[in-house]
Structures are given as C-alpha cells and as structure tokens.
Design a protein around this ligand. Structure first.
Ligand SMILES: [Ca+2]
Ligand SMILES: [Ca+2]
Length: 236
C-alpha cells in the first residue's frame, strides 16, 4: 500500500512538472560586431531571457542576467548581460574549466527528436571557451571536440580579480557558425525548433550560485538535464 502511494505521489510529481520555456530566435536585422557589447540595433529587436535561481541552497548573491539570441545565414548569436559586483576569473586557456570562474553557458541540442547528445559552450569573463559534446545519460563529455570558427568577446565594466572594489557587470557576445551542427541537424529555417539551456555561474566559493533559463528541476545544482532544455523557435 505504501508503495502504491509512493508511486502515485511520484506520478503526480512528474505530471506536475512545469513546461519548458520557449523563445523566438529572430533573424538579425543588421550585422553584429562581436566585441562583447550587445549594442547593435539588431539586439534591440531580440526578446530577452532573464535567468532564474532554482537552488536556494546556494548562498551567492542573486545577480541578474539577461540573455538574447539572434540568427542569420552564417551563425547563431548569443549575448549575455551580467550584473556583477565582483568580477573574478582565473582560467586563460581553451578548454580550461571556465565554469569555475564568472562564466556563462549555452547547451545546444539541434536534434530535438533525441535528448542524448548536445553541444556545450562554457565561456568565462576573460572570453575563454570550454567547448565539448556531451552524451547522456552518464555525463560522457568529449572535451577534445572543438567548435570551428567561433567568435567570442567580452566587455568588463569593473575591475577583473580586484576583490575589494565594487564592479558593475560584464557582457559577452558569441557567434557560432552553423557548420558545427551539420553532423546532427540541417541549417535552421523559419519554423525550426532546437533545444537549449542557458546558464550562469557566479561568485567565488563558498558563495557561488548558478542561474538558468529553464529550471532543470534537480535537487542539487545540475544543468545537464537535456529533457528540461527550453525550446528555441527560429522565426523570420
Ligand atoms: Ca561575479
Ligand atoms: Ca573542446
């Protein structure tokens, strides 16, 4: 009887999962210069994503992050604007564990009929990229995979790694060429839907916090839940 109740409770919990968010990725109306400042006219037309804070067990400050996405014939563009009173990052080499720094991420699944394989980009405030292909379940991470032709830049409004002063924030722009996804998916066209999650790691241990676009619904901080990625709907 207890098992039946437990299963019923579990089923109710599963059914009660909130839907994943959906974002319309608009075509860039003008060219985007990847200089870390998302101030081109095209960005102003893009919808905004404000990251949420799923885990109150984490003690870092809840600092706001706004992300935007755009696309054109060549690239997927992502920008992040991060309020940040203390900007810290130490990793400097490609494929370093940038998630240990002030960093933002995007996980991209261009083939929504499956949730095993996705691409990860984890980018710190020094514009260092850690890129990989992930195979789930099991967390098989192919760090040796490197994306081609990525343009990445950041802009810092504050002082990097000066711990005593008060910073304002930082922003990041990245352009990811479509050719990187050819193994899994065709080029998107209006109507195409891909899956993704967008994350930020902020703060210094023991006060670090992760924020996300789509809540992974995990008891502990873990964004690697492809079944909970949000929908990127490409539009004109
Ligand atoms: Ca910070
Ligand atoms: Ca890599």
């Amino acid at each position: 009887m207890r098992l039946v109740l437990l299963l019923a409770s579990l089923a109710a919990t599963l059914c009660a999962q909130p839907p994943v968010p959906r974002y319309e990725v608009k075509r860039a109306s003008s060219s985007i210069v990847i200089d870390g400042k998302p101030d081109e006219k095209a960005w102003a037309a893009a919808g905004t994503i404000e990251l949420i804070f799923p885990w109150d067990s984490q003690t870092g400050a809840k600092q706001k992050t706004i992300a935007r996405l755009l696309w054109d014939d060549n690239n997927l563009y992502v920008s992040y604007e991060c309020e940040d009173a203390d900007i810290v990052a130490t990793h400097t080499e490609h494929d370093d564990p940038t998630y240990l720094d002030d960093a933002v991420e995007i996980f991209i699944n261009p083939l929504p009929s499956q949730t095993s394989v996705y691409y990860g980009l984890e980018m710190n405030v020094r514009a260092v990229l850690y890129d990989y292909v992930m195979y789930q379940p099991g967390g098989h991470l192919f760090r040796q995979f490197d994306l081609r032709g990525v343009q990445l830049a950041t802009y810092i409004d504050g002082t990097l790694n000066a711990r005593g002063d008060k910073d304002k924030g930082w922003s990041l722009e990245v352009a990811i060429p479509w050719a990187n996804f050819d193994g899994l998916a065709g080029r998107p066209e209006p109507g195409t839907v891909w899956l993704a999650n967008i994350n930020r790691w902020d703060g210094v241990e023991p006060n670090r916090r992760m924020s996300n676009w789509s809540d992974p619904l995990q008891p502990n901080p873990n964004p690697h839940v492809p079944a909970r990625f949000g929908q990127l709907a490409f539009v004109k």
